[in-house]
Design a protein around this ligand. Structure first.
Ligand SMILES: NC(=O)c1ccc[n+]([C@@H]2O[C@H](COP(=O)([O-])OP(=O)(O)OC[C@H]3O[C@@H](n4cnc5c(N)ncnc54)[C@H](OP(=O)(O)O)[C@@H]3O)[C@@H](O)[C@H]2O)c1
Length: 302
């Protein structure tokens, strides 16, 4: 469950109720970040999501039932959230991690992501730093978000040669509909896994945590919420998802989520809804089995 909108689109007791409903439906995984929700409070809203997560988990006394994932090392976002170019330099990440633990009021973050690759810090330094945080019990596992497959491979190869912990998964933007925005040339950030990336994940058994997994409600609204997804290719995927949904007695959104969960390697969809009924719709995708042929057809139409 994504929490970027906690303490913004949803507040107070409603946050606790949403978490309660998520747990009741078998959910156990909360995704937050140091920079959420920096877009609020005139650009100074970072920490709101982490504080809301910490508060709701304490109120419900469920720390032992949830996996807490947070992220640090994000580059500059606005005037208030300024970073030097080397965002993965130890002093930056260490500060972010300390802030996150303090905001969450927790001793340990279960899964800690580096939010973006800075394209500067050598993978050896990154892996050594994160393993030290593990030894200090400030984090349990770590992962990369928006990193290229090439860099993931280099980092995990270094970890393997040193018998250290490596990245245990990768968080990228991924849904049955492909977003229209592009990453500028030369940016170290990547977002969307191509066929070649997916083959690597399957080969190395490295899971993907897919963010914006509902394509921002594109499938749940039968294509009405199409901002950022308005292409012929996506319209075709939507039509096929609708057809299969009718055939299997599921919702279109559930088929789109099931498409992610039926990839040839482990994929964990991260949804961003703050509405209980939308959450239930997505959660009911758990257990839908699609054949390899259906998975291919939904995406490629053949
Ligand atoms: N690592 C990164 O760089 C990165 C970047 C972006 C996001 N994330 C993480 O991923 C999480 C999810 O991202 P996201 O918010 O883009 O996910 P998303 O679920 O694809 O999009 C959320 C939007 O879709 C709507 N929606 C979701 N499920 C729906 C349903 N069943 N019916 C109708 N509308 C639905 C939501 O509206 P309602 O609230 O009205 O349902 C909301 O406007 C974030 O909270 C964050 O934790 C990570």
């Amino acid at each position: 469950m994504g929490t970027a909108d906690w303490d913004s689109s949803i507040q107070g007791d409603d946050v606790r109720r949403l978490l309660e409903s998520y747990l009741d439906q078998g959910g156990n995984f909360l995704d937050t970040a140091h920079c959420y929700a920096v877009w609020l409070d005139g650009g100074k809203g970072d920490g709101r999501s982490e504080r809301a997560v910490g508060r709701a988990v304490r109120q419900l006394k469920v720390r032992d039932r949830v996996i807490i994932a947070s992220k640090g090392g994000h580059p500059t976002i606005n005037d208030a959230y300024q970073r030097p170019p080397q965002t993965l330099e130890r002093k930056i990440v260490e500060r972010d991690l300390a802030d996150s633990l303090e905001r969450l009021q927790m001793d340990t973050i279960d899964l800690y992501y580096l939010h973006r690759d800075d394209g500067i810090t050598p993978v050896a330094e990154v892996i050594e730093m994160l393993n030290e945080f593990v030894r200090q019990k400030r984090i349990r596992f770590f992962a990369a978000s928006n990193w290229s497959t090439t860099k993931l491979q280099q980092a995990n190869a270094y970890a393997a040669t040193k018998r250290l912990q490596g990245f245990c998964c990768s968080q990228v933007c991924w849904a049955l509909a492909t977003p229209t925005w592009k990453i500028a040339d030369g940016e170290p950030t990547v977002r969307y896994p191509l066929d070649v990336d997916r083959r690597w994940h399957a080969q190395h058994h490295l899971p993907i945590m897919a963010y914006s997994a509902t394509a921002r409600g594109y499938f749940a609204t039968e294509g009405k919420a199409k901002e950022g997804y308005d292409t012929q290719e996506n319209a075709g995927r939507l039509a096929r998802a609708q057809q299969l949904a009718k055939q299997l007695g599921k919702t279109t959104n559930q088929i789109a989520i099931a498409w992610l969960m039926n990839q040839p390697f482990r994929v964990v969809p991260i949804t961003g809804t703050v509405k209980a009924d939308h959450l239930s719709d997505t959660m009911a995708a758990e257990g839908i089995r699609l054949t390899d042929q259906q998975v291919r057809w939904l995406e490629k139409g053949q």
